[in-house]
Design a protein around this ligand. Structure first.
Ligand code: ZN
Length: 293
């Protein structure tokens, strides 16, 4: 798993996907419980849940990787890929929807994933065309839903506070004691609060603490990006985000402009670790300055 961070954090692309070459990307499956695997590749971490008669996946990275992802899944469980669940609408998590849907999968996600994929988005930071019809969730939910993949085994899908976007969902595999938090958890890096998609730092911090309150020390936590974590690591990360937020808000409340706050480097001691991914110190400070209450 040598350069996973390099892969992952250069991969969270804003409209540059067409120029990227995925030939060198390998899909690496890691088993985390009886019937759950994490597939690392390029883009958001995929969870694979193997059912009796079918497979379920959470997120599907970029379209050019679909064949490799399918190959990796079939070598674990040759049953069909019946359901694709999305944690949110970004292309590094939904890019494969169209390919898996054409091969028979049903796409499931929150209502706002449907809306945002359907409309696409043109903004200063994002140029995303409307998605093809097959890529859209055939089933969407507003609050929560349950899927049963084996006798007495459930996937609990639920919408959370506006955080990374306004259409984020967590997927909790209760019987496996595994939870996928999507991009609310950028393990080891500053998170991306996508303001153009309704993101909010306060919602993100609240969601992470809420997830921590639902799980135990044995729970396997799958982040949207970065390595799998445990509860303690999740709480440490939430505490850090809360501290970062406080340091930035304190300066804002003294009347400093966002440019002044950036120049003061309030997170200097973390910038060389947390700030080396897709979101650097400046982008992170801007997002907190703008969305924190
Ligand atoms: Zn994302």
């Amino acid at each position: 798993m040598k350069s996973i961070f390099t892969f992952i954090f250069s991969a969270v692309s804003l409209g540059l996907v067409a120029q990227r070459n995925f030939d060198g990307v390998q899909i690496e499956p890691v088993k985390v419980s009886d019937h759950v695997y994490v597939l690392f590749g390029s883009g958001g971490n995929i969870a694979l849940i193997t059912g009796e008669n079918q497979n379920y996946i959470i997120d599907d990275q970029f379209a050019p990787l679909s064949d490799k992802i399918e190959f990796a899944i079939k070598s674990i469980n040759p049953k069909p890929i019946a359901y694709v669940l999305n944690t949110h609408w970004h292309g590094d998590h939904t890019g494969g929807n169209v390919n898996f849907a054409r091969k028979g999968a049903t796409i499931i996600a929150h209502d706002r994933v449907y809306d945002r994929l359907k409309s696409g988005q043109q903004s200063a930071t994002r140029n995303t065309q409307p998605a093809e019809l097959e890529a859209l969730p055939a089933i969407s939910f507003s609050d929560q839903m349950k899927l049963r993949y084996r006798e007495d085994a459930e996937i609990h899908a639920f919408h959370v506070n506006d955080a990374h976007t306004d259409g984020d969902s967590f997927y909790y595999f209760i019987t496996e004691n595994v939870i996928h938090l999507g991009d609310n958890f950028f393990n080891g890096r500053y998170p991306y609060v996508d303001i153009s998609s309704g993101g909010d730092i306060d919602g993100m911090i609240a969601n992470l603490y809420m997830a921590a309150s639902m799980i135990d020390d044995q729970t396997v936590i799958i982040p949207g990006h970065g390595q799998v974590a445990n509860k303690k690591e999740l709480v440490d990360y939430a505490n850090l985000l809360d501290l970062f937020r406080e340091l930035i808000v304190e300066l804002r409340n003294e009347g400093k402009s966002v440019e002044e706050v950036i120049d003061l480097k309030p997170l200097a001691e973390w910038d060389s670790t947390y700030g080396t991914g897709f979101i650097g110190p400046e982008a992170f400070i801007r997002s907190v300055y703008q969305t924190a209450d």
